[in-house]
Design a protein around this ligand. Sequence first.
Ligand code: EPZ
Length: 432
Amino acid sequence: MKSLEKIFINGGTPLRGQVEIAGAKNAVLALLAGTILTRDCCRIDNIPFISDVTVMLNILRELGADVRRINKHCVEINTRHFNSGEVPYELTKHCRASYYLLGALFGRFGHARVAMPGGCDFGVRPIDQHIRGFEALGAAVSFEQNAIISMQSNQPQGTSIYLDIVSVGATINIMLAAVRARGVTVLENAAKEPHVVDLANFLNSCGADIRGAGTDVIKIHGVKELHGCEYATIPDQIEAGTYMAAIAASGGQALVTQVIPKHMECISAKLIECGVQVKEFDDSILVAANEPLRRCNIKTMPHPGFPTDMQPQFGALLTRAEGTSVLNEGIFDNRFRYMDQLVRMGAKVTVDGKIAVVEGVQELHGAQVKAYDLRAGAAMIIAGLSAHGETEVENIEFIDRGYEDIVGKLAAMGADIRRKIVKTDAEMRNVA
Ligand code: EPZ
């Protein structure tokens, strides 16, 4: 059993200096699935050192891939001897993105048997659009014992698919399934997130023929084979946005480096609306909060709208803004659970379904709070940075899923923050 760790923050120190952003979690998880589509070796650089990636690499290894970590941020993968057997819940339960194995296995072998994954819990997260896409490509899909999704066909057949909902996962999964299909697949109402584009660029580097990624119509001309490639993932838009919100919440000034400013536009615009200074350079952004934060309204939308994965971080930031802000969660059903933890710190919030009204307060005070999921955990840290006194965050394993060394990166910018083992694994075993 793993020891129990918590993160402790003493708020009030303005962040200074700079922070380097790692590779994009939600791009890498798709690229790792994409390596299944070729029998050659793929070398992927700029991967973040986070637990979701480790879990995904372990799944590939369990299924027969040769996985070699060159260093913390670089891996070589060869799925030549990949077995197309069943992927059990034991493997998929720790990482929701494991459902990309459906599209990748189907795309390579013409069949797949994958257990429905686990993942963050904010509302129902159906995969009906993924299934619609696979069926349109000719798969016979059945739901079996142990939540196994089974897909069978001779070979995926190119087709036209119009997504009912703009879905990142469905767009990625259908792309993986269609890239080696016979004929052309036209995917309409597709997601346009940077990580969708990154997957298309990676697959095209392996010899695929995908056009239009980043627009709402993606055309995939099926190819017989893919070859290996060397590829570097894009920087993580959400990690970068999280640090920008943290700098603003702390009243500090710091440079966020290794970013693509274009990917940050919607987040930068919102910070500017809150009275934060944001200056863009080629691959970095300077954030300076020299005056009191102003309120603003947020509505989360598919890219290029304001990302839902930045909603909790702004929820925490706006608890200290002058005035009342309204947050409208346009993507998920239940992504305001973290607000009850902010109320423990003195925030004034009312939540009604997909709407949260945040009345700015003079001061937050430290408290014991829980991370309900990865971005909610980041929100607790952001609130702790601006609170008076000590904040204790538990369930930090959620945070480790998507943030590489968040404590080290914030401490390097002057934050009074540390991780501490509060119960060793022996003590945990005794408790158990
Ligand atoms: C991806 O989840 C991300 N995860 C999420 O990031 C992110 O919040 C989300 O996209 C939206 O940007 C990964 O990339 C691994 P969706 P995904 O399919 O693909 C509904 C994080 O913190 N929907 O775009 O599951 C769905 O319920 C995580 O890094 C259907 O109805 O999101 C939601 O309301 C959290 N049917 C909306 O569409 C479907 O078949 C958007 O979901 C699929 C989705």
